[in-house]
Design a protein around this ligand. Structure first.
Ligand code: MG
Length: 203
């Protein structure tokens, strides 16, 4: 499986990190080892002093495809959840300053948490889903998919122009504003349409 991530897909978040709003999706990937096993804590990595959370809507690919057009993209995913794209922000900033790849800051073990999957129903309006992240019971991020710069179908068209999408691949669709730093003993809870799907403890 592939873990594909989209960066800077919400204008307010791009601004909070002093990035330009992109004209094409920003893509990076994480290896399978990045998946945080369900109900396991994330141990604060020793190589960073600024571990941050990014809560994102995540979709799961259910059909193999390449060069998928936007208008057919909806057939290629059937489940959705919230996930966390954990980031070593200090390392990422160093890499960005040098124009180097982000993997050490974004793709380390445990850096990809996933909530319980929900099958997409006809009643779900994918263009206007809301999701939230609570840090120690306080809401720190609140996203609406209508604020995405590139919607899910556009992301699938773009990504599949470079990489074949396979059944089981997951796509993190970017984080809204409100990212922030974590400490040992923090608890994160992710909600989709007010239903809690994800909990991660930092240890
Ligand atoms: Mg992210």
């Amino acid at each position: 499986m592939k873990i594909i991530c989209i960066g800077r897909n919400y204008a307010e978040h791009a601004k909070e990190l002093n990035n330009d709003v992109p004209t094409e999706p920003v893509i990076f990937m994480k290896p399978k080892n990045a998946l945080l096993l369900p109900d396991k804590p994330l141990y604060y990595p020793e190589f960073t002093d600024d571990l941050q959370y990014e809560c994102e809507l995540v979709v799961k690919i259910c059909k193999n495809g390449k060069y998928i057009q936007e208008k057919f993209a909806r057939k290629y995913y059937n489940e959705v959840t919230v996930g966390l794209d954990f980031t070593a922000r200090d390392l990422q900033q160093k890499q960005k300053n040098k124009g180097l790849p982000w993997e050490i800051a974004k793709a380390f073990d445990g850096s990809a948490a996933l909530g319980e999957w929900r099958t997409i129903t006809p009643e779900m309006n994918l263009d206007d889903l809301n999701f939230q992240l609570k840090l120690n019971d306080e809401t720190v991020q609140s996203g609406r998919t209508k604020d995405m710069i590139f919607n899910i179908n556009k992301i699938i068209e773009y990504v599949s122009g470079f990489f074949t999408l396979n059944i089981g691949d997951v796509i993190y669709t970017g984080t809204p504003a409100g990212v922030g730093s974590l400490n040992v003993y923090d608890t994160l809870e992710g909600y989709l349409e007010n239903e809690k799907l994800l909990e991660v403890k930092i240890r």
